[in-house]
Design a protein around this ligand. Structure first.
Ligand code: MN
Length: 206
């Protein structure tokens, strides 16, 4: 298939003052679009252009070595940002089963937030931090570059199904937050779309 940039369900300035409009626009129209262009350009000359998104995800390790990392990186950039835009929204509330599960594994929400921020801060270099459902348990984990926890064991140490995730690449925050990565990560907690997180959590068991 040929991949396309998804429209956002909100405006670039809707997440202000936490995520600024300028960063959102460049991140979506620039960075996300670039991963998609790279992916389409490389796939067009391979049989993998005939694969659906899920098929490509589960066959990444079978791509010939010459193109494997390039396709994985750009496909990861495509799916990670698709996921990311949907997990952002102001004024939603963590509730229901997901709230209970977070309290079960992390004692309380404040402790969960502390763990998530610590793990994100301790991730060196570009990558992502995730809350995942892994073997029916909740786990905070990070991936390097544009890797995604749904990729296979061949690439990922802690595989799982993402519930929430945060982009830790400098391109996600540098315009507004400069070197203040901690403030960027803290600001995320004002705009996590907990309604979408609950949907992701329920879907993760199927
Ligand atoms: Mn990004």
């Amino acid at each position: 298939m040929t991949y396309k940039l998804p429209d956002l369900s909100y405006n670039y300035d809707d997440l202000e003052p936490y995520f600024d409009s300028k960063t959102m626009k460049i991140h979506h129209k620039g960075h996300h679009q670039a991963y998609i262009n790279n992916l389409n350009n490389i796939l067009i000359n391979t049989k993998f252009i005939n694969y659906k998104e899920d098929e490509l995800l589960s066959n990444l390790e079978f791509i010939p070595k010459k193109n494997r990392n390039y396709i994985k990186n750009n496909f990861g950039g495509y799916i990670n940002h698709n996921f990311f835009w949907k997990i952002l929204k102001k004024n939603t509330i963590l509730k229901g089963i997901l709230k209970k599960e977070i309290e079960k594994y992390f004692i309380n929400f404040e402790n969960f937030k502390k763990c998530f921020i610590n793990i994100a801060m301790n991730h060196f270099g570009s990558g992502w931090v995730w809350l995942v459902q892994s073997k029916k348990k909740l786990l905070i984990t990070t991936t390097v570059n544009q890797d995604n926890p749904k990729m296979s064991k061949f690439f990922i140490k802690n595989t799982g199904f993402p519930i929430i995730g945060l982009d830790l690449w400098e391109h996600a925050y540098y315009l507004k937050y400069k070197n203040k990565k901690l403030e960027y990560i803290q600001s995320y907690f004002n705009i996590i779309n907990w309604d979408q997180a609950s949907i992701n959590f329920e879907k993760s068991f199927f």
